[in-house]
Design a protein around this ligand. Structure first.
Ligand SMILES: C[S@@+](CC[C@H](N)C(=O)[O-])C[C@H]1O[C@@H](n2cnc3c(N)ncnc32)[C@H](O)[C@@H]1O
Length: 272
């Protein structure tokens, strides 16, 4: 892995835990198709049935990345998307204009802003009765999956907080603060107030997607490390040696057939 540290990085980019380059765009695009396949839907069925009778529903994808989700949904319905920096006030022309706000993987790699602040922002975009669909990683974020002839599915799944690279990233990035909350999705939405219903859906791992999911997970784990080095958050020689040993182990395990998957959760909520 060729890594260069960078002297001039904006504050917003320091907050964002991943690089912004061609490889990352390819990863986000591949990840989109993998995730839609794993979920079995691009819109959760409850959301789909709620908006299907609305002529030309207005949909907005926030923290859109490459815009792949919006481009895909635009093939199926009339959608519009916008990249939004939620630290700004929601502009007047976007207030209460949307039937659906979609957000995916904002907090997993993004800023450490309180999710209640985001939930309030999303609510401002929605018409009364509009829906929020928010997909994130739960905590622990990565599952390690092993072939196991004794298990009925032929697979054994571990929550791999103790896995070396996951453990190191947790230590340096405090992932649990950022990811643990989605398990409390209903409670947090209820606390925020102004929502009629909220539901959290844990999306199971699919064996046929494990190869691509393993490859994508390995890339994201390396990219998180690379970004920390790039912004000089990781510079101590001892830490660098620990990370490089953990990445070597990741590759070795991959070569030996260990597979990885995201701990994937989707939250949906309807505004009152
Ligand atoms: C991991 S990417 C996910 C992109 C896309 N949602 C997807 O699933 O393909 C996270 C995105 O969140 C954006 N982001 C990070 N901090 C943000 C903030 N404070 N407000 C809005 N977007 C933000 C990043 O620029 C990036 O595009």
């Amino acid at each position: 892995m060729a890594i260069q540290s960078q002297d001039h990085v904006s504050a917003a980019d320091k907050e964002y835990k991943l690089p912004r380059d061609g490889r990352e765009s390819i990863r986000l695009t591949a990840q989109h198709y993998m995730v839609v396949n794993r979920q079995g839907w691009i819109l959760h069925p409850d959301v789909e049935s709620a908006i299907k009778d609305i002529p030309n529903p207005k949909i907005i994808d926030l923290a859109t990345g490459t815009g792949i989700w919006a481009s895909d949904i635009a093939q199926r319905t009339s959608a519009c998307f916008w990249v939004y920096d939620s630290l700004d006030e929601v502009p007047e022309e976007h207030r209460e204009k949307y039937d659906l706000v979609h957000v995916r993987l904002l907090l997993s790699a993004g800023p450490s802003i309180d999710k209640l602040v985001f939930i309030e922002c999303f609510k401002k975009f929605l018409k009364p009765g509009g829906w929020l669909q928010w997909e994130e990683l739960a905590y622990p974020n990565i599952l390690s999956v092993h072939v196991d002839a004794n298990s009925p599915s032929g697979l054994r799944q571990d929550f791999s907080v103790a896995y070396p690279i996951v453990h190191l990233l947790e230590k340096h990035l405090k992932m649990s603060d950022r990811l643990g909350w989605i398990d409390q999705f209903e409670k947090i939405v209820c606390k925020a107030g102004g929502w009629e219903t909220a539901q959290k859906i844990a999306v199971p791992v699919h064996p046929h997607l494990l190869k691509i999911e393993t490859d994508l997970t390995a890339v994201v784990l390396m990219d998180l490390t690379e970004k920390m080095i790039m912004i000089k958050r990781l510079k101590d020689q001892h830490d660098l040696t620990e990370f490089s040993e953990a990445i070597r182990k990741l590759h070795e395990d991959q070569d030996n057939g260990v597979m990885f998957a995201y701990n994937w959760v989707c939250g949906i909520a309807k505004k009152s």
